[in-house]
Every structure is written in structure tokens, then in C-alpha cells.
Write a protein that binds this ligand. Structure first.
Ligand SMILES: Nc1ncnc2c1ncn2[C@@H]1O[C@H](COP(=O)(O)OP(=O)(O)OP(=O)(O)O)[C@@H](O)[C@H]1O
Length: 248
């Protein structure tokens, strides 16, 4: 089961069209979403999370359509979203913040409180459960954000640039988080970082100008790198080949 866009059009207020009748389905498993600044990645993820509604067309997760009122709550329980900014709730411990997120998604209070522990464990933060969320580093706070999506047993987790601004050690730790997360949910991650695609992801989607320029396996993506691409920089070369000249 995956998120499917059907003839999806989106514009912000009276701005230009960001997406114009976009139709595609994200693959299952671990998918990385690439694209230059302004390509529409955050817009696509926010639409997939039902945080935005398309101006026209539809977004579905399996049989669930978030535009149908009675399906919205189920949709949001199935599809977790980690936006670019994760904020620590002042005065809350990590466990409280994760439980609170579950409660907001409709879980019973006790169920959310109990479920917060394994969710934090899955992102490697069990030991920090009783620490104030505001005392965590940026990378740890994003892992709390991931735990917030896991507490309500999401089947798909969307992450918008989760590694932006993280140092190399935290990026590596986040990679492990994605790997562990993918044992229980499908994962879609938008990023500008291409260096470790092969180790982490199964599929690549490249978006530019609101259209899908590439959708396929990491191996098919890697094969797009021109012969002679520098070792370790094949993904960068493949990305440049997909976008052609003149784009980032
Ligand atoms: N809240 C908003 N109001 C108006 N326009 C917006 C808004 N958010 C995004 N846009 C516009 O929509 C287009 C797509 O932006 P989006 O943030 O989805 O791209 P992106 O691929 O995530 O970019 P980046 O890599 O820089 O984060 C851009 O032209 C952007 O200016």
C-alpha cells in the first residue's frame, strides 16, 4: 500500500501552480525524495500527510481518502508526518510529548502513555524518556518527532529533510533510525543529501518543477550515472543526469 497522487493540482493562495495534474504513486519500502529547492517536495509530503488539501485531484493511501471526512482520522493514524521543524513542547518530557502526540491522534490517554515507551525505544531514545524535550539536541528532537509518528502505529512515515543541519554523527544515527523504522512502517524521506542513498533506501523519486523526473529502484537510479563518475559520487552524477543542465 502506498500514497497515490491522482491528477493533483496545488497552488498556495493566489500564487502560481506548484503542482499541475501530478499523477504518481510512491513505492512501498524505503523511498528517498530528491529535488532542487522549490521543486515541490515539502508540498508533496504535506499533501501526502493531509496537512494540505490539493486544489484539485486526489491523494489516497490505499482505500483511504483524506478528503472524505469520515476517513480523515484513520488516514492520519496510518500516515505519520515529520515536518521540517520539530518543536519541543515547553515543560514536557520526551515521553509526555510522544504520548501527547498519540492522544492528539485519537489514542486513549493510557494507551498513548504506555505506547510512548516502545516508540522512544525504536528511535534509540528510551533512556531520555523522562528528560525534558527542550534539553535535547536538534537531531535527538527529530527522533522524538519520529517517535511521535510511531506511537499511533503509522503504516507510513513521511519525513521532510530530517537530516538538514545535523552533523555527520547525527546523520549516521538518523540513518539507523530510518532502518529500524522501516521494520514497522514504510518510509519516505526528502533530502538534499545523496551520499548514502544505496545503504538506506530501496527507491528514489526525483521531483523538479512539480513533476516526477525519475521514479525507480536505487539500482536503476545508480545506472543513470555516466560511466567514469567519481567513486562515491555516483548518486550525485545520476541526480545531475536526471535533472539535465541548468538545475541544481
Ligand atoms: N506557504 C507557502 N506559500 C506560498 N508559496 C509556497 C509556500 N510553500 C511553498 N511555496 C512555493 O511552492 C513551491 C514549492 O515549494 P516546496 O517548499 O514544496 O519545495 P521544496 O522542494 O520542498 O523546496 P526546498 O528543497 O527548498 O525545501 C516554491 O515555489 C515555493 O515558493
Amino acid at each position: 500500500m502506498s500514497v497515490e497522487f491522482e491528477s493533483c493540482t496545488h497552488r498556495y493562495r493566489r500564487g502560481p501552480l506548484v503542482l499541475d495534474r501530478l499523477s504518481f504513486a510512491f513505492p512501498a519500502g524505503r523511498t528517498v525524495l530528491l529535488g532542487p529547492n522549490g521543486a515541490g517536495k515539502s508540498t508533496v509530503l504535506a499533501l501526502a500527510a493531509s496537512a494540505l488539501r490539493p486544489s484539485a485531484g486526489s491523494v489516497r493511501f490505499g482505500a483511504l481518502d483524506p478528503a472524505v471526512r469520515s476517513q480523515l482520522r484513520s488516514y492520519r493514524r496510518d500516515v505519520g508526518w515529520l515536518p521540517q521543524q520539530v518543536t519541543a513542547v515547553p515543560g514536557m518530557t520526551c515521553r509526555e510529548q510522544v504520548a501527547y502526540a498519540g492522544w492528539l491522534k485519537g489514542m486513549a490517554r493510557g494507551e498513548a502513555w504506555t505506547g510512548a515507551v516502545p516508540a522512544l525505544d525504536r528511535v534509540g531514545l528510551a533512556k531520555k524518556a523522562d528528560q525534558q524535550a527542550s534539553s535535547l539536541s536538534g537531531g535527538q528532537l527529530r527522533r522524538v518527532g519520529v517517535a511521535q509518528t510511531l506511537v499511533h502505529a503509522a503504516r507510513l512515515v513521511l519525513m521532510d529533510e530530517p537530516t538538514a543541519g545535523l552533523d555527520p554523527a547525527q546523520r549516521t544515527a538518523f540513518r539507523r533510525t530510518v532502518e529500524r523504522l522501516s521494520e514497522v512502517a514504510d518510509v519516505i524521506v526528502s533530502t538534499h543529501q545523496t551520499e548514502d542513498l544505496w545503504e538506506v533506501y530501496d527507491h528514489v523519486v526525483v521531483l523538479a518543477g512539480g513533476t516526477v523526473r525519475f521514479l525507480g529502484t536505487v539500482d536503476a537510479f545508480r545506472a543513470l550515472a555516466p560511466p567514469g563518475a567519481a567513486a562515491g559520487r555516483e548518486a550525485e552524477a545520476a541526480y545531475a543526469a536526471v535533472l539535465g543542465d541548468g538545475e541544481e
